[in-house]
Design a protein around this ligand. Sequence first.
Ligand SMILES: Cc1cc2ncn([C@H]3O[C@H](COP(=O)(O)O)[C@@H](O)[C@H]3O)c2cc1C
Ligand SMILES: O=C(O)c1cccnc1
Length: 353
Amino acid sequence: MTSILSWLNAPCRPLDDIAAEAARQRQDQLTKPRGSLGRLEELAIRLAGMQGTATPSVDPVQILQFVSDHGVAAEGVSAFPQAVTLQMLHNIARGGAAISVMADALGARMEIFDLGIATDPGPVAGVRAARLGPGTGNIAREPAMTASQLAGALNLGRAAVEQALDQGAGLLICGEMGIANTTPATALACALLGIAPGTLVGPGTGLDPAGIARKTQAIEKALALHATSGCTPLDLLGRLGGFDIAATVGAFITAAQRGLPILVDGFIITAAALAAVRLQPATRGWMLFSHGSAEPGHRLMMQALDADPLLDLGLRLGEGSGAAAAVPLLRLACAVHAKMATFAEAGVSASGD
Ligand SMILES: Cc1cc2ncn([C@H]3O[C@H](COP(=O)(O)O)[C@@H](O)[C@H]3O)c2cc1C
Ligand SMILES: O=C(O)c1cccnc1
């Protein structure tokens, strides 16, 4: 296992401090009061440091959409039945899901993966079959993944990012769809942060209080069973995570190693981001955080990552939708950085004295 996944330990690409400093200096010469474009300035500077260029660009935007089932759905932890995962796979592929419409509106590339839906859909136009099993194990009773499934999911995320890089991607978004996946995301975050389930658990797709109590119990059982002393973040990912979450971890670590900026989505993808940072702390430097999810535990995960989201729109969908919503901000940050006139170019006085 360790040898199959030795790439996980390869160092992340260092950020280019010289390019970031040059971008900071350019921002101060643009025709606006210094700092007046606030976080748009910061975005351009960070992207310049990641891409090692004075003129960063996030295009083409690559969305990787990971669809998979979660055995813990059997514990009644979602407001929706497991069959919705398969139905949504077809909907995403046909263009009817929120992320499908957003990707189209943004002109972003989206690749859709079936990583293991409970029922094998057979060939579906626009979907890559990369099935690791008929969903994960029920974490309240057994580990989510075998060692080879975990390695398969991590390697798949890696290969997908390598392909996106070959196609010139400028920004990575990972999305997920899989009924019940706020449960493994919560369990993983609880184990990584040492927080009790009652503090992090939330309604997901819309559980009532009795449903939230069932979900809390399922997570408590899973933690008692799997989060034993001495287990590593990789053990926790395999025992408590999901195919979607593990593929995202593999994708994020690879993006940081290969120098591709990451735009992190909501609750589930942030749990994956947390696991990636625990495995490879320097991954954090490659992450931008798109939005604060309405799922209550998201705030604590973001605090642990020292992350301040760009948007707070009350979204609680997943699919990469919150990250997609923030893409126009990144594009605007890059555009003003590259195209605004400097004080010297425009003949505008650079100071009030
Ligand atoms: C129609 C529909 C579309 C979705 N798209 C994303 N999710 C989101 O909700 C699920 C997680 O919430 P829980 O843990 O409560 O099941 C995941 O599939 C996530 O992507 C959806 C959920 C539904 C019902
Ligand atoms: O923020 C998310 O990613 C989220 C929240 C609730 C349900 N599904 C996804």
